[in-house]
Design a protein around this ligand. Structure first.
Ligand SMILES: O=C(O)CCC(=O)C(=O)O
Length: 227
């Protein structure tokens, strides 16, 4: 990591590694997800096979799919290479330890019109922006291409330095307008299969609507500061 990259991570709370993994690494994982969705009779050949998840709210579907879709053997190691952990530690400026097994972040297509309203803004650590020190780094791996508005995780860059952001986001209202008014950057973790986003775990983030025609295929792993 260059000094500029670590400074950017400190200021904005994220770093994107474009093309970190090649297709040879991502394709078997992508294929595995597609095979699983077919086995579960949820999705195949570009169309929905059943209405199994239709009654579950969009964002709860993500958790449900994470439970239903089996993980391949050695998932964590296939998803998080030692070089990626080294990059995370370099950005964090400290040693990091794996907090829990890697998880799928999958969502079905055509959920609804894309919107910044009604999202589930949250942080996964106590205190959020109140925490003085970085509690950990979360990696988001794109297993397949994820188009803008295709269900990528959204985060507010710099929200680890601003305790007010989560409060006003959770109050509802027009998040897009509020962000523009405050000059805050909305980070949409879209891109190509093999891209990886690293996020300070104090950033306020949310699942988003998948308005695209294909399932959103990402996975995530959390690493906590060891001291
Ligand atoms: O993109 C998603 O499904 C949301 C991810 C998320 O909120 C999390 O991993 O904490």
């Amino acid at each position: 990591m260059t000094p500029e990259q670590t400074q950017f991570f400190r200021d904005r709370g994220y770093h994107c590694l474009r093309g970190f993994y090649g297709q040879a690494t991502m394709e078997p994982l992508r294929r595995h997800v597609l095979d699983e969705l077919k086995r579960l009779r949820i999705w195949a050949s570009g169309r929905k096979l059943s209405r199994t998840l239709d009654d579950i709210p969009h964002f709860q579907q993500i958790g449900r799919l994470a439970q239903m879709v089996h993980k391949p053997r050695d998932f964590q190691n296939r998803l998080i290479a030692p070089e990626l952990v080294a990059a995370m530690c370099a950005l964090a400026g400290t040693e990091l330890v794996s907090a829990q097994d890697a998880q799928w972040l999958l969502s079905l297509p055509h959920q609804a019109d894309w919107s910044l309203s009604g999202l589930n803004w949250h942080v996964d650590v106590d205190g959020g922006a109140q925490a003085k020190r970085l509690p950990g780094v979360q990696a988001f791996v794109l297993l397949d291409d994820v188009a803008p508005r295709g269900g990528a995780t959204l985060a507010i860059a710099g929200s680890h330095r601003d305790p007010g952001v989560r409060t006003w986001l959770q109050q509802g209202g027009d998040a897009g307008q509020q962000l523009r008014a405050r000059g805050l950057e909305l980070l949409e973790m879209s891109g190509q299969g093999g891209d990886v986003y690293l996020m300070d775990m104090r950033l306020v983030h949310t699942p988003s609507i998948n308005a695209a025609k294909v399932p959103r295929m990402m996975a995530t792993a959390r690493y906590f500061a060891s001291t």
